[in-house]
Design a protein around this ligand. Structure first.
Ligand code: ATP
Ligand code: MG
Ligand code: MG
Length: 350
């Protein structure tokens, strides 16, 4: 059978491996960190850094296709891998989504709406940008941000010095603050032959910058729901994408605004494990393995709740409830802000 190489051994890599295993496929995980959550589900594990070119070459030689669960893979490692295996989704999707400036420029060139944005690396540029697109904005590091890290909100010129100082020299982008009524996301999939299937958009709630809850169905009107799915398909096609992508959207009175895209399975798509015959993890594995996409139609109303940090201590309270799935990632240490697991439950189960 085929072997899928996965860069990254976190919970997403773990759930991808489990889905691959159900399809009779093998997974080889490449992960620099010790004791990755994916280790006990994968068939093979390489624990080595992305600078270890010997380990990377051996990994690439052992797999039929390379995919990934996070977007910050160093370019030299990708160059090396690309010599011996196809990388799915492809390099362009990674390049676009690794940098918020590149990403927003790409989305606007496609004719989609984003927050207004200006690259700002010093306080003077930031003051000018805030005057132009303010009065409220969010300064974000262009690269490596997740779970709201590397972001500063500002609404007055005298906050600019401090905001730039918090970027600690990292290249940054100011985004105008979007006054949204809701946040939704589309999890879309595109197969190697170019077929597209999108899951029903979910509605997302964040707490302290981290996803707290996803609800399906969302409260989107039928016309916004089809806008959301069509714009996701446009992005997938433009990137000649193969695999699953998460597209985060703001709902505004003027329509949908794209917040960001993630070239991988997405936390806000975990509800598909309970709500669909084929979930986002299986859909991604099918796509990268060159299979046809499966049936991702939603057959239930679902609530997904993240278990963050100490939430894990009360996980057992959910275990016996009707219509409830408990997913735990096997992480030993429950640090604050750390994603430890999630719960999917039928909204009708009450
Ligand atoms: P993720 O974990 O989703 O990758 P991230 O660190 O990349 O998070 P963003 O998605 O950019 O962060 O922002 C986190 C949250 O902050 C958003 O879901 C939204 O609630 C809010 N936010 C981000 N950008 C804006 C904006 N321009 N206007 C209003 N709210 C915003
Ligand atoms: Mg992000
Ligand atoms: Mg986000």
């Amino acid at each position: 059978g085929s072997t899928i190489g996965i860069l990254g051994g976190g919970q997403l890599g773990r759930m991808l491996s489990a889905a691959a295993s159900r399809l009779g496929l093998r997974c080889h995980i490449y992960e620099p960190g010790a004791n990755p959550p994916a280790a006990d589900v994968a068939h093979a594990l390489t624990t080595a850094s992305y600078d270890d070119h010997e380990a990377l070459a051996a990994f690439a030689a052992s797999v039929d296709v390379v995919t990934y669960e996070f977007e910050n893979i160093p370019a030299p490692a990708l160059d090396l891998l690309a010599d011996s295996a196809p990388i799915r989704p492809g390099r362009r999707a990674l390049e676009v989504s690794q940098d918020r400036l590149t990403e927003k420029t790409f989305l606007c060139d496609l004719g989609l709406r984003t927050a207004p944005f200006v690259a700002c690396d010093d306080a003077g540029a930031l003051r000018d940008a805030l005057a132009q697109i303010g009065p409220r904005g969010i300064l974000k590091t262009r690269r490596f941000g997740y779970d709201g890290k590397g972001q500063v909100r500002l609404d007055a010129p005298d906050q600019c010095e401090d905001a730039i100082a918090q970027m600690a020299g990292a290249p940054a982008i100011l985004e105008g603050f979007v006054d949204f009524s809701a946040e939704v996301s589309v999890i879309g999939a595109r197969s190697a032959s170019g077929d597209i299937a999108c899951f029903d958009p979910g509605e997302n709630e964040h707490r302290d910058g981290i996803l707290h809850r996803t609800l399906v169905p969302s409260r989107l009107s039928p016309s916004l729901r089809s806008d959301a799915v069509l714009l996701a398909a446009r992005i997938l096609n433009a990137l000649d994408y193969v695999g699953v992508m998460g597209v985060e959207l703001f709902v505004t009175p003027d329509g949908l605004v794209v917040n960001e895209i993630a070239p991988r399975v997405h936390n806000s798509g975990h509800w598909t494990q309970l709500g669909c015959a084929v979930d986002q993890f299986e859909q991604h594995i099918r796509a990268v393995a060159g299979w046809p996409l499966g049936d991702g139609k939603r057959h239930a109303d679902v609530e997904m709740l993240n278990l963050i940090g100490d939430d894990i201590l009360t996980a057992h309270e959910h275990a016996g409830q009707t219509g409830t799935q408990l997913h735990l990632y096997g992480k030993a240490e429950a640090r604050p802000g750390r994603k430890m697991g999630h719960i999917n439950r039928l909204r009708s189960a009450g």
